[in-house]
Write a new protein. Sequence first.
Length: 403
Amino acid sequence: MVYENIKEETEQLFSTLTAIRHALHENPENGTREYKTDTIITDCLKQWDIPFRFIADTGILAQIEGTGKAPASGSPVIGIRADIDALPITEPKEHPCCSRNPGMMHACGHDAHTAILLGTACLLQRHRSEWSGTVKCFFQPAEETVGGAKRMVEAGCMNDPAVDYVTGLHVMPQFPTGDVELKYGRLNASSDEIIINVTGVGCHGAYPENGIDSIVIASNLILSLQTLVSRNISPLNSAVLSFGKIQGGQAGNIICDQVTLTGTLRTLDPKTRTKAHTMIQQQCTHIAAAYGGKAELTIHSGYDALINSNELVELAALNAAELLGEEHIHWKEFPSLGVEDFSFFQHDAKASVFYHLGCTAPAKAPGAPLHSPQFELDDNCLKTGVLLQYHLTQKLLNYRQSL
């Protein structure tokens, strides 16, 4: 009966959630500049009497306290995350509720994530007398740019009180509304920007013996570093090292003295990431030295790998089976080497789960991919998302007692 009550309330809330999602979609904003987005969010929180504060500039932390009877074992603290920023993509004008901000578009569904979390928060606040514990709602900025999750964590969103379990979801257009995708363990890769500055000695191309050719060094580095993945990492453990940018040289008849290589490294676990960093450094040092030059390596760490806690994946699967039916659950076979900064929330939690939500009208599935101007979202996925997140939160609020 509780499920039926929440389902009915979600249906009643649907028109409000749709209006919120459309307002967000019409006002897409870049990471760290989500000012109109923040206003839409905080107007809802004020209306529903949900306490909140700003954190990490344009991030918002809302906190709901259950007033029900606490069990003897104590009540856990749950974190729920939604990212709120958009992408620098021009949206086709024929799309409904089209972007009013030229050159910006919610092409990754963060407007839906935000509306789903607001709907979940509304129901949790409305029924707070029925549960005990604390639920923190993380409206996170800058997922697409500078990693707003890390900034929120550094600003203390996981503390006072400490978060026990954290959840999140992402819309996925290849699946129809009403379906979900789950995966045990490794879901998304870590990312590192790799910059290698190669230094040689310039001279005239007619007299190469007078110089040290940094282009030759850089070329050998690129070829050799391909063995990092093919020969130094198990074929059962995916990794990618790609160089997409080479800068160097002044003229076709001059031996180049300086070359810069810029690339990306993607790995699926911390040990592989550390090993890859070490091997890249070794090859830079020894290959450059073999040709008489130098290679300076700089690594700018990006997002960490997103690794689900298997026990919470089981709980999310049970939740989805109860609400949607097992036939609507898809199991992801392989992890993605794309990144997701939800990973930063995981570090300070006991366990976490992140899953994918179908968001394309069934007759149109699979839909256009994320980060595409053609991406369109079925508003009905908001109801599915709220139902899943509300009931998963309720299960997590009682999870500690079942251990």
